[in-house]
Write a protein of this length. Structure first.
Length: 94
């Protein structure tokens, strides 16, 4: 599981599944993706909630497009993490 890194890729992503199928988890929500499916994540789903593409018995080929100019300056801490452990965009380029 992960949250998307700052500041790369804008505020939204769209993924087209070309080959293979598996489960995607976004926070507590889970859904299955099959070839031909298109799904997107934006805003809080990218930066505030852990998400992942679960492993499968076969390889998956997909195309992901990242777009949008409205990215976050900082990520909030994850539940159970140290409140002082925050990362700001400016920390990446200092």
């Amino acid at each position: 599981p992960h949250r998307d890194a700052l500041p790369y890729g804008g505020d939204m992503i769209a993924t087209l599944v070309v080959e293979g199928a598996n489960e995607v988890r976004v926070g507590p929500a889970r859904f299955r993706v099959e070839p031909g499916d298109l799904y997107g994540l934006a805003g809080e789903a990218r930066y505030d909630v852990e998400h992942e593409v679960k492993g499968a018995s076969q390889d998956r080929f997909s195309v992901t497009i990242r777009y949008g100019l409205d990215f976050r300056d900082a990520l909030p801490p994850l539940p159970g993490s140290c409140k002082e452990a925050t990362m700001h965009t400016s920390d990446l380029f200092s």
